[in-house]
Unconditional design. Structure first.
Length: 337
């Protein structure tokens, strides 16, 4: 020992330090109380045993604490306000146009149900379809309504707290002062020839052709390319819109027409009253038929074998081609036109 230095003997040995951060934390939390080695070692062992039991207990306590916190999470009072529904037109509104738009909006909530149906059992009026916004906070009708009909609206909305609110409204559509009629060819369930177009003929001229086009669709099985075209009969003045395939119908093709025309304004406030719907099988056979000069016997033979929509191909004629509106002359026009 160097001169001037002093040696001090500790009153008791330094206790054995545990290994690892977690064990050290428990040792400091629960220090041994015995003043000599044997008790001290025993105390360390009991701490280690206690640690084995204490860790799961802490984990369980934390898990319970998390569950309790999630259950007690509260909804913002602002979001818990009752959902409010607004329907346009309201019940106190005067009669509206058949092609007007029905709107439903929800504040402090989202729409979960909207129905717009004709009032009264056995009503011939059409049911109104609609579309919901991405946020589900608004809805608007996507089709026209039957003139002179009464409709009922039922809307349901739910707020952030899960509480629902229901709102009703009733309104009436104006009676049409002028009506346009439509005749669909071929009739529903028909089986026709490979050249028959789908045709909608109107009693009065159609000023608003775009409105009609938006509400008629054709579906085919198998899928068939085709297009709509407008024409007018030069003899009667009747205007019509025809849908023909790019090439002749494939035999056995099933064709479905959906014409959601009730309430469509064809121009000058002249409305269509009813939907027209047709379905049939096209492409029965490929034979000749039409207004051609035949003997009575030949005409009878052809009449008994041909069907509506069978094609007539005349060759060797020096006369001009007839107008596309003079009968179903759709095939006299190139597809691109």
């Amino acid at each position: 020992m160097a001169p001037g230095s002093h040696r001090h003997r500790l009153a008791r040995p330094v206790p054995e330090q545990p290994r690892g951060g977690e064990e050290a934390l428990l040792t400091h939390s629960c220090p041994p109380t015995a003043p000599h080695d044997s008790r001290k070692r025993s105390s360390v062992y009991s701490i280690r045993s206690l640690r084995t039991l204490a860790v799961p207990a802490i984990a369980v306590a934390l898990l319970v604490g998390c569950q309790s916190a999630s259950k007690t999470a509260s909804v913002d009072p602002a979001d818990a306000r009752p959902a409010r529904i607004t329907i346009t037109p309201g019940s106190d509104t005067a009669a509206i146009a058949p092609d007007a738009t029905v709107k439903v909006t929800a504040s402090h909530g989202t729409l979960t149900k909207v129905r717009v149906v004709p009032d009264g059992a056995g009503s011939q009026a059409v049911t109104v379809t609609g579309a919901l916004s991405r946020s589900k906070s608004s809805w608007h009708s996507t089709r026209t309504m039957t003139p002179g009909a009464t409709y009922t609206v039922e809307a349901t909305a739910t707020n952030a707290a899960g509480k629902s609110a229901v709102q009703h409204s009733a309104f009436r559509t104006r009676t049409a002062q002028q009506i346009n009629g439509v005749t669909v060819t071929p009739s529903k369930g028909s089986t026709v020839g490979v050249g028959q177009p789908v045709s909608l003929a109107f009693d009065h001229p159609v000023r608003n052709k775009a409105a009609v086009e938006r509400h008629v669709t054709i579906s085919t099985s198998p899928k068939t390319e085709g297009s709509w075209g407008w024409t007018k009969d030069p003899l009667t003045g009747i205007e019509r819109v025809d849908w023909r395939p790019k090439t002749y119908w494939h035999k056995g093709t099933k064709v479905t027409l959906q014409a959601r025309l009730s309430g469509v304004n064809t121009g000058d406030s002249r409305y269509l009253r009813r939907d027209g719907e047709g379905r049939g099988y096209f492409g029965r056979t490929n034979m000749s038929h039409g207004c051609v000069d035949m003997s009575l016997a030949d005409g009878k033979w052809l009449y008994n074998r041909a069907a509506q929509g069978d094609l007539v191909q005349i060759t060797g004629s020096t006369r001009a081609t007839v107008s596309p509106g003079n009968g179903f002359g759709d095939w006299n026009l190139p597809y691109a036109s």
